[in-house]
Write a new protein. Sequence first.
Length: 261
Amino acid sequence: MDLDLKNRNVIVSAAANGIGKGVATSFARENARVILLDINEEDLKKAVEEIADLTGNKPDFFSCNLRNPEEIAKAVSYAEKLNGPVWALFNNSGGPPVGTFETLTDEKWQMAFELTLLNYVRMTRAVLPGMKKNGGRIVNHTSTSIKAAIDQLMLSNSLRTGIMGFTKSLAREYGKFGILANVIAPGRIDTERLAEVNKAQAEKAELSIEEYIRKNLENIPLGRYGKTEEIGNLALFLCSPLNTYITGQSVLVDGGMTAAY
């Protein structure tokens, strides 16, 4: 199926590793003009080369601090000058610190707010003028915590639901411009972030990491962790011109793990 993404300008944030990198790889396979954003330039360079080897399509990158509005504006300006109007934005961030309520300071709350929610607001604000003229797609990465709270993830549970409200409001306010906005909410995807969460939860349960993972997989009907490219596959459709009527929605990619409706 031709998703009509060839040569379209696509920005993927927090793309040097994990889900962001997997999503960027998927777009590169569709011959989109992909720009990777992240804070570590060396990690970005490595990701670019790996994606080029896998897909034959070498993305570009821009090193920026996603908590800095000036750097975000510069990154979007760079992408527009290089590849024209931004068609698709995949908003992403590293997960906020693991912790329970009494372990989290005001500083951690502020950092998580800036990285997890305000980052998405600023990225969207930067691409919006071009999208209002040309249409476009916005996909916001969250977590299954928007449907069911996850132990040890107080910050994620609190802020990811805010992203859902933000996305729904975007869809309602900007649909008239041909801008569609949706949420992808991954479950347990095999990344470094998952390894961090598993370690914290195994320690709380007083289990070895191996025993914890075994028990954890019993709660996933498909019996395995997800792959980053499985997030990428959904992002491709939601960001493609073939998606003409899905907006303001959240889609869980969790192998059937989440029991909540």
